[in-house]
Structures are given as C-alpha cells and as structure tokens.
Design a protein around this ligand. Structure first.
Ligand SMILES: Cc1cc2nc3c(=O)[nH]c(=O)nc-3n(C[C@H](O)[C@H](O)[C@H](O)COP(=O)(O)O)c2cc1C
Length: 450
C-alpha cells in the first residue's frame, strides 16, 4: 500500500486514530497528551489548537512496530526485511502536476510563530522547537541533494536555530561557509511516513539520493516542485514548507531542549532566516515528541535495521537486533544462533565501530527475547562473567547529545552474554505436552496465556 501523503496515511488509520476535539495549548499540552498515549502506540489527531483556528496537529504516527509496518504497507514480522530491501533500491522522483504545499504563500513572513502551531515540548525547553522537519539542502560543491531531520528552535520573528550535528547537511554547510555563502534550505513538515523515514536513512557520503530511496520505501516516486524563494525542489504533497537560508559563519545559543536521550541539551548552532512559508489551505501540522516510542520507531528502522543488515553480511549466526527503548539508540541487544565465542567478540567490535551512536551492546543467544528486559537481565546474570566477557573500546568520538560525553571523547562497551558451551547454561523448561495441556485448561477457565 502506498500513501501519497500524510493525510492518506491518516485516512487509512481509521478508528485507530484518536481524535481530540478539546482545544489544547501548543505549549506543553499537546506534547503531554502524545506522551501519555505513546506507550500504548496510539496515533492522535488534535482537532483544535489554541491560537491557531482551523489548524490540526497529528502525532504518535509511528509509535509502535505495528504502525511502522502499516506505514510501509507490510507486516510486523517482515518490517526490518522490507525496510532493508526497499531502502537499498531507488525510484527517481517526478515533476508534480499539482502543488498542494503551495496553496497558501507567505513571502518574508514577519512572524512565523503566528502562522504555525510551533510546539513547546518539555518544562525547561528554551522555546518552541520543530522536531520532525525534513530539512532539504544541496551540496554547493557536488550539487548533490541531501536531507535529514534536524531540531529547530524558534527564535521569534522569522529566525530559527538549527542543530546540524550530522552529515550530509553539516558537510554542505561547511562547504558553503568556506566560500562565505549562505546555504539554501527548505523544511518539509507533514510528509508521508515513508518519506520521513527515508530522510534519516544512513546512505553514507557517496550514497544514493534520499529522494530516490524515499520513492522506493513508499513504493511510488516522490512528486517534486520548485521552491519559491530558494534554489531547491520540495515535496509537492507536504502539508507545510518553510524556505530560508542558513546565515554563513553565525552561531548562536540553541537550547536547552529535552532531547531524544531524555536529557536537556544546549548548543551553539547555526541560524536560519526564513524567506517564505507555504502550506495547504487546511494544513495538518506534524508532532514528534522526543524520548517517546515515536522517535524509537524511527531510530529502530533508520539505525537498527541498517546495522542488522550490515552485521548479517559480516558474521554468521546473527539473528535479530533491538535498540533498547529510551536510550536514543545508544544501547542495543543482538541475538545470535550457534555463534562461537571468538565470533561474538568480532561481532561486538564490528557493531560498536559501525554505528557512531551505539555505546552499550549486549549479545545473547536466540533463546532470549531481546525485547524482554527480564530475559536479557537473566542472560547477563547467568551466562555472563564480567572479567571474561566484557569488551571496552576507548578513544571513540562521544555523540554530541550524549550528556555523559558532552561532545568530547567517549568509550563503548560490549557484553558477551551468550552461553558458550556447557549444558549448565540451558534455560529451565517444562515438557511441551504439559505446557499445551495447561494452556488448554486455562483457556477453558477464560485465561489466555502464552
Ligand atoms: C528524531 C530524530 C531527530 C534528529 N535530530 C537531529 C538533530 O537535531 N540534528 C542532527 O544533526 N541530526 C539529527 N538527527 C539525525 C539526522 O537526521 C541524520 O542526518 C540522519 O539520521 C542520517 O544518519 P547519519 O547520522 O548516520 O548520517 C535526528 C534523527 C532523528 C531520527
């Protein structure tokens, strides 16, 4: 199933989409409802936003594996494979025949905050932040198109701060600044979920155009149109587009902002001056609350699925990978089958080096469910010996939003909690006939088990 835009996906959600009709404040209240519904994986549409009549806000759209699978038109068990297979292919974008994203045009808007329901998420956030803007730019050196999700702090008027800690956009800005030139950017808000996922795919410096990856992930070419005030193409079916330029050489305080790590983070960051805001007549504004299941689903696909694909190619016996919820993908559990101890050690070194963010890795056998913290703790308690089974890698780059490294040097750790050899490591069990009988008896008494 292909969703041509955000609203096609919302229509498909039907009764799963919770409609909130009470007017809510974009300052804290919308984020609070989304956070409450995040663990239940419930998508929400806010019908009324205080101060912004006629505008709706949608969030928690990928807040479970089920929703992420639905967004890609696949089943939960095929999610990682589908994502990895489609993410490695390309479908070129086409020129749009209609441009809903430009139905309403505001050139040089004096007050972007009056036009858009910019959300404030956490108690000590310095200002409203855009958290799921798909930022589009072009490398002034190679002419290549690139995109990524980058947090943006609203500074009043038509100025935003932008955290550019990751390639490719951080590299494009460095290339523009070397010549003292501004970098044109366009921020697409409210795109179909597969396109949002494509924007955070790890393609590497020589990788394919993410717009082409987006076409493959969504199963149909992205429709592009020219932006009005910058030299870029924009997705024509987005809900809102912000156009502007990053001022060369300028850095200003940005944050504090409650990050995907669950901690506040401040930075000296570049500044965008907005040249236009365009949107659909009845636009739906997207929300993504940091440190919730919504973010974790994005990270699991963009980071986890990709790492699993690479590791499966390198080490025999790798079965599954789970990024630990709540850790901003700094911690992961990998399961292996029949993997000798020396191969587990090679796997740990490989995984910790392949992924810049991964800091704490636990490897368990495939009789352990990597998504069940109790089972992982059991493997650590019964199959793992700290002095024998720990690998520490020092002298690594600390990830910028990790408060424990504060952007300086970091280190990484791997735990081999696999059974090695020996029957003393087997999990206790009951004969399967007894388990089946117990379940049948309990089912008759009205208890679903297993
Ligand atoms: C929810 C979310 C928020 C992100 N916020 C930022 C950000 O504020 N600044 C940044 O430089 N990168 C951010 N990223 C990562 C970039 O989008 C990044 O370019 C993308 O993940 C590509 O992967 P790479 O980091 O391996 O190049 C974010 C990613 C996600 C999933």
């Amino acid at each position: 199933m292909t969703f041509k835009d955000l609203r096609a996906f919302l229509d498909d959600l039907g009764n799963d989409l919770l409609h909130v009709s009470q007017p809510l404040d974009p300052k804290f209240e919308i984020a609070a409802v989304l956070r409450e519904m995040s663990a239940a994986g419930r998508p929400v549409l806010f019908e009324q936003v205080l101060g912004h009549p006629g505008t709706r806000v949608a969030g928690n759209l990928l807040a479970s594996r089920r929703l992420a699978a639905r967004a890609l038109g696949t089943s939960e068990d095929k999610l990682f494979d589908t994502y990895a297979r489609r993410g490695a292919q390309c479908i070129a974008p086409v020129a749009a025949s209609e441009i809903p994203a430009q139905e309403v045009v505001h050139r040089d808007p004096p007050d972007v905050g009056a036009l858009l329901p910019l959300l404030t998420h956490h108690a000590r956030d310095a200002a409203p932040f855009l958290t799921c803007g798909m930022v589009l730019a072009r490398d002034p050196e190679s002419g290549m198109r690139g995109m990524g999700v980058h947090r943006m702090m609203y500074k009043g008027g038509r100025r935003f701060g932008i955290l550019l800690a990751n390639p490719p956009l951080s590299v494009y800005l460095a290339n523009a600044e070397r010549d003292g030139k501004p970098l044109d950017v366009a921020i697409a808000l409210g795109v179909d979920p597969a396109m949002l996922l494509a924007s955070i795919v790890k393609t590497g410096p020589l990788g394919p155009d993410k717009m082409e990856v987006a076409g493959s992930l969504r199963g149909a070419p992205v429709e592009l149109a020219r932006a009005l005030t910058v030299d870029l193409d924009i997705p024509a079916r987005a809900e809102v587009i912000i156009e502007g330029r990053i001022v060369p050489g300028l850095r200003e305080p940005e944050g504090p902002f409650g990050e995907n790590t669950g901690a506040y983070f401040s930075n000296q960051s570049p500044v965008i001056e907005v040249s236009a805001v365009t949107h659909r007549r009845d636009f739906i504004f997207p929300a993504l609350v940091p440190w919730t299941a919504d973010v974790e689903a994005l990270l699991a696909l963009a980071g986890g699925a990709e790492l699993l694909r690479q590791l499966k190619n390198q080490v025999r016996g790798v079965v599954d990978l789970e990024l630990v919820p709540g850790t901003a993908s700094f911690a992961a559990v990998i399961t292996v089958r029949d993997c000798p101890r020396h191969e587990v050690r090679r796997l740990i070194h490989l995984a910790l080096n392949l992924d810049r963010r991964l800091k704490v890795l636990t490897v368990v056998d495939d009789d352990v469910n990597p998504r069940d913290p109790r089972e992982v703790a059991w493997a650590m308690s019964t199959r793992f010996q700290p002095a024998r089974d720990t690998i520490i890698v020092d002298g690594c780059e600390g990830y910028i939003i990790d408060p424990s490294s504060a952007g300086g040097d970091g280190s990484k750790i791997g735990f081999d909690a696999t059974r090695g050899t020996g029957s003393q490591f087997d999990k206790i069990d009951l004969p399967s006939a007894a388990v089946a009988k117990a379940r049948a008896v309990l089912a008759e008494l009205g208890f679903a088990s297993g």
